[in-house]
Design a protein around this ligand. Sequence first.
Ligand code: NDP
Length: 241
Amino acid sequence: MNKRVLITGSSRGIGKAIALKLADSGFDITVHCCSNIEQAEETSNEILSKGVASHILQFDVQDRAHAKQLLEEDVEQYGPFYGIVCNAGITRDTAFPAMEEDEWDSVIHTNLDSFYNILHPLVMPMVRARKGGRIITMASVSGIIGNRGQVNYSASKGGLIAATKSLSLELAKRKITVNCVAPGLIDTGIADETLTKEIVKHIPLRRTGSVDEVAATVDFLMSDGAAYITRQVISVNGGLA
Ligand code: NDP
């Protein structure tokens, strides 16, 4: 049986690219989405066509009780995960004085509380399996250096980085590595063209990154070759920071 990996938010964007890349590397993939079940099904079918197993979990990562229930049922049915990629995330950008309560809360709940909601039910089964493992969280350059209009998002991603580093210390003796990937500006096909051109001027490599470049980094961290890498933040940002 192949090792199992869960990628949250893998119906589209960066998460989908990670799911497809890890399927190419021979992992069985649990695809996850919030509302876009059709896109999740497309991703899962693409994965199945690569000859590995795949199924879908659908829940809002903000909903702690529902996440716990579905994740525990999944582990009971298919066994513990070897790898978990906490990728699901949102932005609600606006200047801080104009930021509504919901714009703060939804970003913190989705991007940071999900660390607890996803990993807490899954870590002990992973430990008990005694096979080591890989946990990768998806932060952002914004969580390292901050960004105008993203006080909420920067706070969530900065918190995610801190949580990731602390968990890595707790799980190191179990041979479970815990790392963070921090992308810069990644082209997921929906960015505002004028704004992108402006930001690209400040990127040393003078271009946006691709979802495949982020996926390649996650694929490496998931591999046996990355067994001695833990507690790290790996930036994929064209030299932006
Ligand atoms: P997308 O908006 O393309 O996709 C987001 C994914 O997360 C979807 O699968 C979506 O599911 C899922 N999701 C969103 N909210 C929830 C929720 N409440 N519960 C469950 N699932 C949810 O995002 P990207 O691919 O652009 O980003 C992926 C990650 O990378 C995020 O954490 C983001 O912060 C980070 N990142 C992205 C950068 C970029 O330039 N794109 C730069 C730096 C970091 P559904 O399809 O069902 O809505």
